[in-house]
Design a protein around this ligand. Structure first.
Ligand SMILES: CC(C)(COP(=O)(O)OP(=O)(O)OC[C@H]1O[C@@H](n2cnc3c(N)ncnc32)[C@H](O)[C@@H]1OP(=O)(O)O)[C@@H](O)C(=O)NCCC(=O)NCCS
Length: 162
């Protein structure tokens, strides 16, 4: 057993770590630089690191419904669900920390909060496929609602009723 994970807001000292975590998996995510991270933190409900005490294992960003966040996928959920969703924009667990239940811990926390609005929504790449993320989300009960994109870059829009 490693140290107990803790979610806490991204601090200025964490920014380089967060940008590096994003860069290492950027093809599965969206590009992120310091300016964009700052903008996301302004809109986000939660922009947290997964703090293991001595190490940062990953980060997660979520949005409540109804913010000015400029993502077309987020807007799609807003049109479909109004205020009745929370949105997980991005999660990364660093490669050396995977498969230890850290994402499970993060989702347990976030889903418990999202239950107040009925569902948690997010998207996952299906073209090219993010097989690990699809396995993780399908295993947790997320269902495909629709897909968006263009040839070569398609996402599935998923939600879990809570
Ligand atoms: C997807 C991701 C967040 C999962 O994080 P994680 O902390 O390794 O996941 P967990 O250890 O909590 O896994 C929980 C369950 O998900 C499933 N799962 C996780 N990784 C898996 C893998 N490589 N293959 C198959 N199933 C997997 C398993 O059911 C697992 O339970 P088990 O270990 O008891 O079998 C992580 O792989 C990651 O950050 N990937 C890169 C970035 C990314 O793809 N983010 C999501 C974008 S939508």
């Amino acid at each position: 057993m490693g140290p107990q994970p803790r979610l806490r807001p991204i601090a200025d000292d964490d920014i380089l770590t967060v940008l590096d975590l994003n860069d290492r998996d950027v093809e599965l995510l969206a590009p992120l630089d310091a300016g964009r991270l700052d903008q996301l933190r302004g809109w986000a409900d939660r922009a947290d690191v997964i703090d293991l005490g001595e190490q940062i294992a990953g980060f997660v960003v979520t949005f409540a419904a109804g913010t000015a966040y400029d993502s077309p996928n987020y807007r799609w959920f807003g049109e479909r669900f109004g205020d009745d969703f929370a949105y997980l924009d991005r999660i990364v667990i660093g490669a050396e920390f995977r498969r230890r239940g850290l994402a499970r811990f993060v989702y347990d926390t976030i889903e418990a909060e999202a239950a107040q609005v009925g569902r948690l929504a997010l998207e996952v790449n299906v073209e090219p496929p993010n097989e690990v993320s699809l396995a993780f989300h399908r295993g947790r009960g997320y269902v495909d609602l629709d897909s968006r994109g263009e040839p070569g870059h398609v996402v599935t829009l998923m939600a879990k009723e809570l």
